[in-house]
Design a binder for this molecule. Structure first.
Ligand SMILES: Cc1cc2nc3c(=O)[nH]c(=O)nc-3n(C[C@H](O)[C@H](O)[C@H](O)COP(=O)(O)OP(=O)(O)OC[C@H]3O[C@@H](n4cnc5c(N)ncnc54)[C@H](O)[C@@H]3O)c2cc1C
Length: 302
């Protein structure tokens, strides 16, 4: 931690996006504070994939190495805790934490990620990221050619099915209620022998997160090796909203191509502001946000 309370930049969220922004800023000699509550969205997944040089590592291994590398830049400080409030001040921003610390900075980067909202199905949360997965690019290869369910409905189910069918031909769609497909979509599923089950799901039977069976409300059971699930999410932090940042219809913080939000001086990066949910994208957008903020500070001082 640090004795100083005033920084060039505060980054809320110290996972992949926040650390990446911090590296760009630390290498630019900026005084940076990272406030992080230590709850990245992928913390339960045993192996992270599809990020060059780190394929198959645990999420923790990747973030620990990233933090070690960022910590080498002496102008970057860390504060473990939850940022609970943020206000715009004359000189920038004032951020409050759950322990009532107050920090100020000229610019703010929010790298706070998303909070996935688990459905009220027994066993679902325990399997999340292990055998109930969100993304074919992250985990699809590991479950290739295996018996796979897709827990989704409507166009989301169609999109996922087209990606998953490329990896396995054993695909069943679980709509967990009345199916919502048009004729064209149904024809596609038929053509690929993809079954649709509408019965509500009551339980996911599993062993240490490894799915065994999906149990339906009528008592029927189906075995699967993996299930993809498209579940709702919300912003992890309400600070961007309270500062006035616009949120898109899909629930992301609205940013332009330089990760700038609709509020002057506030940038967002990582999952909270883009649909491409991956470590690679978090690192990319964090790096961009860091560079853009440094560019603004440099221009203002020049
Ligand atoms: C189950 C699962 C498995 C995944 N597997 C893969 C994979 O294999 N490969 C891949 O590339 N991607 C994977 N992803 C996606 C990847 O994990 C995310 O894209 C990535 O973690 C986004 O990084 P981020 O920094 O934006 O957010 P996160 O990693 O979610 O981190 C956000 C950070 O902000 C902190 N935070 C939030 N609010 C506050 C606050 N108010 N104050 C202080 N700190 C705060 C949180 O505690 C957290 O540390 C997976 C996602 C999930 C859900």
């Amino acid at each position: 931690m640090t004795d100083s309370k005033n920084f060039d930049v505060i980054i809320i969220g110290g996972s992949y996006a926040g650390l990446s922004a911090a590296m760009a800023l630390g290498r630019s000699l900026r005084n940076v504070l990272i406030i992080d509550s230590g709850l990245p969205c992928n913390r339960q997944t045993p192996h992270s994939h599809n990020f060059l040089t780190q394929d198959g590592k645990t999420p923790k291994e990747i973030s620990t190495l990233a933090k070690e590398q960022v910590e080498k830049y002496e102008t970057v400080k860390f504060h473990n805790g939850l940022a609970t409030g943020g206000i715009k001040s004359v000189s920038g921003f004032e951020i409050t934490t759950d322990m009532q610390d107050k920090f100020t900075a000229k610019k703010l980067i929010v790298a706070t990620g998303l909070k996935d909202l688990m459905p009220a199905i027994k066993g679902f949360a325990e399997c999340w990221g292990i055998s109930i997965i969100h993304c074919p690019y992250c985990h699809g290869f590991e479950f290739r050619n295996q018996n796979t369910g897709i827990m989704a409905n409507g166009s989301k189910a169609l999109h996922l099915a087209s990606l998953v069918y490329n990896l396995t031909k054993e695909v069943t769609i679980l709509t967990n209620g009345k199916a919502d497909f048009n004729l064209e979509q149904l024809e596609k599923f038929n053509k690929h022998h993809i079954k649709i089950v509408e019965t509500g799901i009551s339980e996911i039977e599993h062993e240490n997160g490894q799915l065994k069976q999906v149990i339906f409300n009528d008592g029927d059971k189906m075995n699967f090796d993996a299930v993809y699930a498209a579940i709702p999410f919300e912003q992890h932090s309400d600070i961007p909203l309270s500062l006035g940042c616009e949120i898109t219809e899909q629930g992301y913080i609205k940013v332009d191509s330089s990760q700038k939000t609709t509020i002057e001086g506030v940038f967002a990066c990582g999952d909270n502001s883009g649909m491409m949910r991956s470590v690679a994208n978090a690192v990319y957008s964090g790096n961009l946000a860091g560079a853009m903020v440094n560019g603004l500070l440099s221009a203002a001082a020049f």
